[in-house]
Design a protein around this ligand. Sequence first.
Ligand SMILES: Nc1ncnc2c1ncn2[C@@H]1O[C@H](COP(=O)(O)OP(=O)(O)O)[C@@H](O)[C@H]1O
Ligand SMILES: [Mg+2]
Length: 256
Amino acid sequence: MPARKESAGPAEPVITLRDVWKTYRTGKIEFTALRDISLDIYPGEFTAIMGPSGSGKSTLMHILGCLDHKDSGSYVLNGTEIGDMTANELAWVRNQEIGFVFQSFNLLPKLTLLENVALPLVYAGVKRHERFERAREALAAVDLVRWEQHRPNEISGGQKQRAAIARAMTLKPALLLADEPTGNLDTKSAGEILKVFTELNQAGSTIILITHEPDIARQAGRIIQIVDGRLVHDSSGRNAPPRNQPQGLPADNQER
Ligand SMILES: Nc1ncnc2c1ncn2[C@@H]1O[C@H](COP(=O)(O)OP(=O)(O)O)[C@@H](O)[C@H]1O
Ligand SMILES: [Mg+2]
């Protein structure tokens, strides 16, 4: 496992991105999805990422979650440069440090909720008895214990997403990433999911959530906006504009 840097003084960022670019190549077609993204996320922050469809939000999330590679720039997660890690170290980081929640829940249909939530613990090598104990604790935190023997097709969308959050949290990751987690839910269920995220954040979790809903973004302490692959606004004022783009430059000068 990669060593973590111990910090003395003020908290170190969980995430430090510098000058990150990403271009997709499909045959002869190229599409640059991220342009020069620099971003710091500090422990305990609740950040919402907003932006039009196709602006690069999911691409950014996949890079943050180590599900995809950047082309250039630097990504330091918990003090370790991702680019320096071996495949095994990366797999470990994905399992131990990062929890994911997706719009489509991604629960396994043949497993009960308890088994779904215990799954990350299987990969982490936790013993069976302890797995179910810890999975039950995670289900309790999202108020689903009495549904633990049910399968995903027997519960509502809101319940599925709560189970998915429990699964993301079983290993108590440093970072919780959610890509439009309320996109498939009715307003009431979305409100419940938002409440779960807010409670997790109050208990200390660092959360990054992509959303189209201004109401949901407002609940996060920090809002970042992405347009055409660029970070164009950061409500914290810390990361915008990017370092090498002085404020006030005419728009047509901003291409590199
Ligand atoms: N795997 C891929 N291969 C090629 N192009 C992709 C791929 N994933 C995303 N894109 C393109 O990159 C752009 C940004 O996509 P995405 O990050 O999913 O945007 P968002 O989540 O903001 O809607 C889109 O134009 C999309 O078509
Ligand atoms: Mg997306």
